[in-house]
Write a protein that binds this ligand. Sequence first.
Ligand code: 3HC
Ligand code: NAI
Length: 718
Amino acid sequence: MALYSRVSGSVGMITLQNPPVNALSAAVRQGIVDMMHRALSEPEVKSVVICGQNGKFCGGADIREFGAKMTGPPLVPMVHLIEAASKPVVAAIEGIALGGGLELALSCHYRIAHSKATLGFPEVALGLLPGAGGTQRLPRLIGVPAALDLITTGRHVTAAEARQLGIVDEVTDLNAVDAAVKFAQSVTGKSLDARRISTYPCPRPPDLDAIFERAMQQVRRSARGAIAPGTCVQAVHAAVTLPYAKGMERERELFSLLFTSGQARALQYYFFAQRAVSRWSTANGARWDTSKPRPVRKAAVIGLGTMGRGITVSLAQAGFSVVAVETQEQQLSEAKQAVSGMLERGAKRRGVPLAHDKIKYSCSVQAVADVDLVIEAVFEDMALKKTVFQQLSAICKPGALLCTNTSGLDIDELASQTQSPELVVGMHFFAPAHVMQLLEVVYGPRSSPEVVATAMQMGKKMGKVSVAVGNCRGFVGNRMLKPYLEQAFFLLEEGATPEQVDQVLEEFGFAMGVFKVSDLSGLDVGWKVRKSDGLVSPASTGTSARIRGGSRYSPLGDLLCERGRFGQKTGRGWFQYDKPGGRVAKPDPWLHGFLEEYRAQHGLVARRIDHQEVLERCLYALINEGFQILQDGIAAGPEDIDVIYVLGYGWPRHRGGPMFYAGQVGLDKVVERLEHYQQIHPDVPGLQPCSLLRKLAASGNPAIHKWREVIQKPRSQL
Ligand code: 3HC
Ligand code: NAI
């Protein structure tokens, strides 16, 4: 709601009250409308200040209301009421003015911001556009190019930048509400004719068409199928080409188009999912609200290869003292240089404070004796990791957390090498670790709740989104990747090409198709794992070469590795590159010939495979594994899986994540298609719908937020 008070006799103050971010719920909108009428009717009141409680102006429309029937006064008449007021209205912007919150501020006649406030139109990230006049007022106020930038990217700007752009009139380091009251008193009685943004003509730069053309190209390049960014461009276009009232009509049409789209629903689901994962729980009952994290001041990283370097940078940038240990001298000196470079680039590009002095390098593991937490990032080799954990357990001070960055090895086996297995937990970062936002926190059966809480909190402090997951081969992300990759290989055997499979996945919205990703991360990585699993056998022909442990197996990846085709690093993989380390993938005629020969050798007849089949087999196999993960209690809920896939594996955010997507497709349809493919490929167990998926489908495709009820029942019967 909104509170009304009188300040210094003549200023009516409207304070938005809706914790935690003073979102514009029905009650708040009603309050603003009522209090505006009151302020306008009181003759003693000469001006009005609008502010938010608890140092936050307003976080925009209340997203929690989006799913329900609209009640209360709509936003657009509310902002018109404010702008049309006969008394000056001043917005006192503290903390945030986002989305509808900034639209509210733009309807005021003046804006005073605190220097620490941030402003922006993040609607695009929710699959929407600013729908309360933002797309019509902002270009009138700051010009078309700047408005396009803010509205299509959703980026937040600081108060200083907002001042420079002309969004706010004054920035203060002092109390912004007091400053706004003073300001309101100073403008009492002044004409408001020049202060109503909707009456401004929209600037028309001479190269207008080129500006819009460039903006459209830009959003097409980065949107990966998301419709909101392009629609935002169209709405701003209306501000330039139509009078204000018509522009508002166009904004409304475009807003409702987006609002009712599946993409907006998916993005709004994802918004809450990303916040829900911080309220973690484990299969054995530990929870976020009953587990206290331990204090960590000093951390260590063991192994300064690709991952260790990024983790070191991330820790130092988050303000931790870091001991960085690498036993190979050459690696150590290369790592020092690389880490310095990353820190400098971070400082230059993102304004992160330089943190060289936070890091102490060492070539001896003895240097970690006094740290609170260690992150091990040596080669993915169980024997080596076991030795390192034995050493750490002997060297580290009592109570120090021992974490591993393994991509999928058994956390419990590592824990069993230590004197305190309850202190062992996985912290699985993603490459490049100083950039990627995802952290899988992997708890073993013996990890203590405090240790899980500490790792989750460390991730947050490092700017990551931490997701707690159980211990199993590949955890959540890499475990689901396996059946997805397998299907991609099988499709090549049956007649597809890497470029066809990748094109389908990229059209779906993945940043990169499965084969390009494999070329980027190196085919040898999976090859090593398959070798250590005893899956790679000497080349042979006939069906037996394609069966391992009674299931279908494709040796295609192994055969490429035997020929030295490791992907980008060798200039050849599933695609060809102009040189080793090249980045532009081109179809490789050699590979096409190789596939033909392979099929002939194995008696396989190539067939035409349509896009639908590529998509369904790759995605539904991955999704099915996701349901198995839920059934096994490895992930607590579908949100955990979806956040992992969006942040770690390039799943298109506007499709919500694999579990949300399955719900959108219809769980019964997913079951039906999996059964269809399983009949054709009975030797692929991953195509057999798991029992949780079947159960949910049979219970009428319930909404995703109801899945937990069904998931928890079978588990409690165990
Ligand atoms: N509506 C409802 N709830 C909101 C909300 C909103 N607009 N913004 C944030 N919240 C909730 C979050 O869900 C979270 O709830 P929880 O504690 O129960 O999980 C709580 O507020 C705190 O949010 P964060 O954990 O994200 O806190 P931070 O301090 O990290 O970030 C923030 C605060 C920058 C405001 C961030 O929450 C944010 O970006 N919110 C979304 C803002 C937004 O997109 N506004 C536009 C809405 S659409 C709109 O206005 C349409 C209009 O143009 C017509
Ligand atoms: P890497 O091969 O780049 O680096 C490993 C480093 O560890 C090397 O510099 C090596 O000299 C050093 N090392 C080996 N034994 C050591 C010891 N006893 N003490 C100190 N240093 C030692 O490996 P990368 O890619 O950084 O992987 C590290 C770990 O992270 C592995 O477990 C891997 O599975 C995991 N991981 C890798 C990802 C990737 O994309 N590369 C992603 C996520 C996890």
